[in-house]
Design a protein around this ligand. Structure first.
Ligand SMILES: Cc1ncc(COP(=O)(O)O)c(C=O)c1O
Length: 390
């Protein structure tokens, strides 16, 4: 047996877990199997749990200080996993990637400025742009020959309209693409040509399956490094999203100073001792656990793909190259987009994310989170199949 038991079922009811305890407000009923918000039903690595328990036992929870080990762990992780030599001054601590993106929009754009994203994409991007009064510009991904890709002609045209910032989702949620070096180079060069600042959301960068390699955008050239604000986090990788701890990495001193001004204005960098403890333990000692997790998650991804690969299945899915999210193409159900979520919630009794939340391109799609013990996944997929007569 593997050293880590991802088959173990952990009851998350009544733990204040949004995914399990928030069903009524999201789905209007509480008898669906939750496969929606992007956290995992697995315990965090033992090293993380032990570090947190030990810190909790201490009993004194005053203002924290990030010790050298915190930065070393984060820098070593980027170096060993992604070949990125990050320097300590480039790092800032932020409570989460979405709040950090919002702060970056405040630092680098003005109300009304254009910000480009690539739908279907994580709903948090829409929120950050709209709630900050910036103008949304969309460069939809293209589904061609069974793979999502970037429409570079459209990108070039859109960037030329005066876009100030592009938010890149790398790897991409929900379509599961790990962008190739060639794609990233082309994209970054487009942004350089048009004087567009890059925000790289690399929160899923550690969750990449065999045969694919995540390339941090800022590693591709000194010019890219000088034009990129990157966000990373242990939250998805080690299932510590509830500890509200993420990092910004900004190699360019001038960009960093501008960002720092906004962080200072809201006095947000203090963080919390549990997030700090978890980040250091995860990055310092979580590598083996992650390697096992990735094997398990890929097995789950294969199970999802195998389930829907039958020709008679009206639901189609492409195997994700990264993330624990499967983007289900449900247009074959022949339902209007507003009825598709009902098929899952009311009939199959599984709670998936409504594709419409990811932009207009998500009409007729649903996102399934497969980061759960395999027997649970099997059960959820059987519920869907029984409603499809498969
Ligand atoms: C691409 C992407 N960015 C950011 C987040 C959320 O990050 P945080 O919880 O740190 O705000 C998610 C969560 O699903 C995500 O998929």
């Amino acid at each position: 047996m593997d050293k880590f038991d991802f088959d173990q079922m952990i009851d998350r009811h009544h733990t204040g877990a949004e995914k399990w305890d928030g069903l009524m407000s999201i789905f209007g009923c509480d008898d669906v199997l939750p496969m929606w918000v992007a956290d995992m039903d697995f315990a965090s690595p033992p090293a993380v749990v032990e570090a947190l328990v030990s810190r909790a036992r201490h009993g004194v929870y005053g203002y924290p200080l990030r010790a050298e080990g915190y930065y070393q762990a984060a820098m070593n992780w980027q170096k060993s996993r992604h070949g990125w030599t990050v320097e300590k001054p480039w790092i800032n601590s932020v409570p989460g990637v979405v709040s950090a993106i919002s702060l970056a929009l405040q630092a680098f754009t003005h109300p009304g400025d254009k910000v480009l994203i690539q739908p279907p994409v994580y709903p948090g991007f829409y929120k950050a742009i709209r709630k900050n009064g910036r103008e949304l510009v969309e460069n939809p991904l293209r589904l061609e020959h069974g793979r999502y890709g970037i429409d570079f002609t459209d990108l070039e045209n859109k960037l030329a309209t005066g876009v100030k910032v592009m938010i890149l989702c790398s790897p991409h949620n929900p379509v599961g693409r790990v962008w190739s070096k060639e794609e990233l180079l082309r994209l970054g060069e487009c942004c350089q040509r048009h004087g567009v600042l890059m925000i790289a959301d690399e929160i899923h960068g550690d969750l990449v399956f065999r045969g694919h390699a995540h390339q941090p955008l800022a590693t591709l050239s000194p010019e890219f490094a000088a034009n990129t604000i990157t966000f990373v986090s242990p939250s998805k990788t080690f299932n510590v999203a509830g500890l509200a701890t993420a990092l910004s990495i900004i190699p360019d001193a001038a960009l960093r100073a501008r960002y720092q001004t906004v962080l200072d204005a809201v006095h947000i960098e203090e963080g919390n001792i549990f997030g700090i403890t978890a980040l250091e333990a995860a990055y310092a000692s979580g590598g083996d656990w992650l390697d096992s997790l990735l094997v398990y998650l890929e097995g789950n991804a294969d199970m999802v793909v195998d389930t829907f690969k039958k020709t008679e299945s009206p639901i189609k899915v492409l195997k994700p190259e990264a993330t624990y999210l499967a983007w289900l193409d449900c247009r074959g159900l022949g339902l209007t987009p507003d009825k598709v979520p009902e098929f899952f919630t009311r009939l199959a009794k599984v709670g998936l994310s409504d594709g419409r939340r990811f932009g207009e391109q998500g009409n007729g799609f649903m996102r399934l989170n497969f980061a759960c013990p395999r027997p649970v996944l099997k059960y959820g997929l059987e519920r869907i199949c029984s409603m499809l007569g498969l």
